[in-house]
Design a protein around this ligand. Structure first.
Ligand SMILES: *Cc1c(COP(=O)(O)O)cnc(C)c1O
Length: 465
């Protein structure tokens, strides 16, 4: 992240508040295609943002704010790009936890993707949306007996085993249903990758997976193979982190997973047919981020796996990947209405919107950075450094920590925060008894509610006291 001085200076005083800033963009009305969904444009005639040909003011009037606005064409195009990049010899599993609804499941199905779930709720949604069970993978470090039972009964394509206890539980469920359940063993490879860095030491210290380094993973493989009547071990799984830009972590991960494959062959005389390298590929939240394209990722991962397998004398296993954020993230923006504008002399200006940490917890939780644009009009006013905040009873309720907006932003203006398609609606809460916003899918000039807005009645319905 670059830290450059702010040439124009904030409007109220000369002293820069704490934090780091990039220079204001040359044109505040311009939309960086890296961070905006494919069909988002600023209309020449009146400067209003449109998506799928629809004016955001029309969306706000019809559906209210805040609202997540999702570009269906972009979502489908990203699915196809991943599918085509990996080709018929590999599988792309969309990680449902990023954002899931029945409409999303239908799009995934139609575009030829598979689906990862990690709870009974996600499994129910996947099945309700019509995803064939054989194309669903079940994850989780503490799946309940009931969830395992339902997954086995539904006939999910694979269950990813995460503990010794679970090996026995899944084996029991498979026997109960008289099936041989396909499973993978999730390993921790001693690599943790986040954003621009990866660390290759001691990251077995976490709740997921079974460690390769101390032989726990090899022991898990022994236990699974001992349940050969009820479990079919199809492969090894590794997921190393999230919002990753550097392929070096995947390289280490692939090398170590292939190492286990060759150890399994040497010890048991079986070559496991699949490896899954997980998800975690980064997206552009701001113009500073430079994510790779799916075809570059596919080429890099394919080359790494081929090289390692060749070195180990193994036949090429079927590769799978699990992008969540990289598919859903860039496809949506959150539309807010400005409620108050509060300039604090010599500090900064706070722009309050009608949502906040209940619809986007990522800024508070991970210090995530976002961009923001004035959506309901263009403006020629000079840039002003602002903080976009929500309406909740927490001073940490920040949507965009540092952003430039035109200095003439006033209550009633609409703001759009891009790249909120992943881990925003799916992590949304009812904090302060706030009904969660709807998800509006837009395509070819039509807007369709795919997840409706919660109402205060919905909230009261749960309150049975
Ligand atoms: C979260 C997760 C993913 C998806 O991660 P993204 O960063 O959204 O790509 C994939 N696989 C597993 C096992 C996960 O836990």
């Amino acid at each position: 992240m670059s830290r450059s001085a702010h040439p124009a200076g904030p409007r109220h005083g000369d002293v820069l508040p704490e934090g780091h800033y990039t220079a204001p963009p040359a044109d505040l009305n311009a939309l960086d295609p890296k961070v905006w969904a494919r069909t988002v444009e600023r209309r020449q005639a009146d400067g209003v943002l449109t998506v799928g040909g629809i004016d955001v003011r029309t969306l706000a009037a019809a559906h209210g704010t805040p609202a997540y606005v999702l570009d269906e064409d972009d979502f489908r195009a990203r699915c196809r790009a991943w599918r085509e990049a990996f080709g018929p010899g590999a599988d792309v599993f969309y990680a449902g936890k990023a954002f899931l609804s029945r409409a999303v499941v239908r799009w995934l199905h139609e575009e030829g993707l598979n689906l990862d779930v990690c709870t009974g709720g996600e499994l129910t949604t996947a099945l309700a949306g019509g995803m064939p069970a054989g194309r669903i993978a079940m994850h989780g470090n503490n799946k309940s007996e009931a969830e395992i039972d339902r997954a086995v009964e539904a006939g999910v394509g694979r269950i990813v085993l995460d503990s010794f206890q679970e090996i026995a539980r899944v084996a029991r469920a498979a026997r109960r249903h008289g099936v041989r359940q396909r499973v993978q063993v999730r390993v921790t490879v001693g690599v943790e990758a986040h954003t621009h860095e990866f660390i290759a030491t001691a990251h077995e210290d976490q709740k997921f997976g079974l460690a390769l380094a101390d032989g726990t993973a090899a022991e898990a493989v022994r236990k699974v193979l001992a349940h050969g009547d009820s479990l079919e071990l199809v492969g090894i799984h590794s997921h190393i982190g999230s919002q990753i830009f550097d392929m070096a972590g995947f390289e280490v991960s692939a090398r170590r997973v292939v190492g286990l494959l060759s150890a399994v062959r040497d010890e048991h005389g079986v070559e496991l047919p699949e490896i899954d390298l997980g998800g975690g590929l980064g997206i552009a939240y701001t113009s500073e981020d430079d994510p790779s394209e799916p075809h570059e990722i596919a080429k890099a991962l394919g080359d790494i796996v081929a090289r390692e397998c060749e070195a180990a004398g193994l036949a090429l296993p079927r590769l799978s990947v699990e992008p969540g954020r990289a598919i859903a993230g860039p496809t949506a923006f959150t539309l807010y209405e400005v409620g108050t504008v509060k300039p604090l002399d010599g500090l900064r200006t706070y722009v309050s919107v009608d949502g906040g940490m209940s619809d986007n917890i990522r800024t508070a939780l991970y210090d995530a950075e976002y961009a923001v644009a004035l959506a309901s009009r263009a403006s020629d006013a000079p840039p002003e450094l602002v903080r976009v905040v929500g309406r909740h009873c927490e001073s940490g309720d920040i949507v965009v920590r540092n952003a430039y907006l035109p200095a003439d932003v006033v209550p009633g203006d609409l703001l759009a925060v891009p790249a909120t398609g992943a881990y925003c609606r799916s992590m949304a809460s009812n904090y302060n008894h706030t009904p969660r916003p709807p998800v509006i899918a837009v395509r070819d000039g039509e807007a369709r509610v795919i997840v409706r807005r919660e109402t205060e009645e919905d909230l009261l319905r749960l309150d049975v006291g």
